[in-house]
Design a protein around this ligand. Structure first.
Ligand SMILES: [Zn+2]
Length: 262
């Protein structure tokens, strides 16, 4: 674990799973506001930091347990408001519908639905609904600074795998909105701090549109999903192996045409 600083923002870099350290999660803290809370498996180390920080507001980007894992601890030990989307509230209150992994690790909490603006003494954040990675996903934009806290929406400009629940079409619509903003810096929950924010968002937007068009074309020609994977994404991706196929190229391909057929 280490702490990175960028302008007025502090970020904690923490392994998603402290046992299998293949991926990190970044939790950001600015002016009394904590954006996401980190995994429950990191309780001992994260609680130590949270005790020292004067956190009075928490913003949740989406329900996944590496983002909400410590929310219960914060609720119990600090006097603060927890903001999230109404979709997040619905999901955490219907946890039995989630995958086994999320059922085990996600938590219920008393969240308040985001208002138009989330203010701290020195900054203002606009919550923006950005489905794609999950239906409840919210990004936070600080227009004066050009900061965009993207949760799990960005992660890579050229993704080759996705979860079953992810929607490539929703990603494209969300990126459509975000690329219109004046973004200087992306604060990504897994890749850290990324400069050239607007350019990188555009890259991902263009890549996903291109991939979706290509998948839809091949699907229309009668290629099956595996044949499309072989053609467009022939190389095995490390994340597929590490997550036992939860993230996969097949999910990616299916998602490209699934939403268009609804
Ligand atoms: Zn996530």
């Amino acid at each position: 674990m280490n702490i990175v600083t960028y302008e007025e923002v502090q970020g904690i870099k923490f392994p998603v799973n402290p046992i299998v350290k293949y991926m990190s999660v970044y939790i950001y803290y600015i002016d009394g506001l904590l954006i996401d809370t980190g995994p429950r498996l990191g309780k001992r180390k994260l609680a130590k930091i949270y005790k020292d920080w004067d956190i009075n507001q928490v913003a949740i980007t989406h329900y996944h347990s590496d983002h909400t894992g410590m929310v219960k601890w914060l609720e119990r030990h600090k006097k603060l408001d927890i903001f999230c989307s109404e979709e997040t509230i619905h999901i955490v209150n219907h946890r039995w519908e989630l995958s086994t992994f999320e059922k085990l690790f996600s938590t219920r909490f008393n969240g308040r639905v985001y208002e138009d603006m989330l203010r701290t003494p020195n900054f203002s954040f606009i919550p923006i609904k950005t489905p794609g990675h999950t239906d409840d996903h919210t990004a936070l934009y600080e227009p004066n600074k050009g900061w965009l806290f993207t949760g799990d929406l960005y992660v890579s400009p050229f993704p080759k795998v996705c979860l079953k629940e992810e929607s490539i079409s929703d990603y494209i619509s969300s990126l459509d909105q975000l690329t219109k903003l004046d973004v200087s810096t992306i604060f990504c929950a897994h890749e850290g701090i990324i400069s050239n924010g607007k350019k990188m968002l555009k890259k991902k937007h263009m890549y996903l549109e291109k991939m979706r068009n290509e998948v839809v074309r091949l699907h229309g020609l009668g290629f099956d999903d595996r044949a499309i994977v072989k053609k467009l994404l022939p190389d095995k991706v490390k994340l597929e192996v590490l997550t036992f196929g939860s993230f996969s190229r097949l999910h990616f391909v299916r998602s490209c045409y699934r939403d268009l057929e609804k």
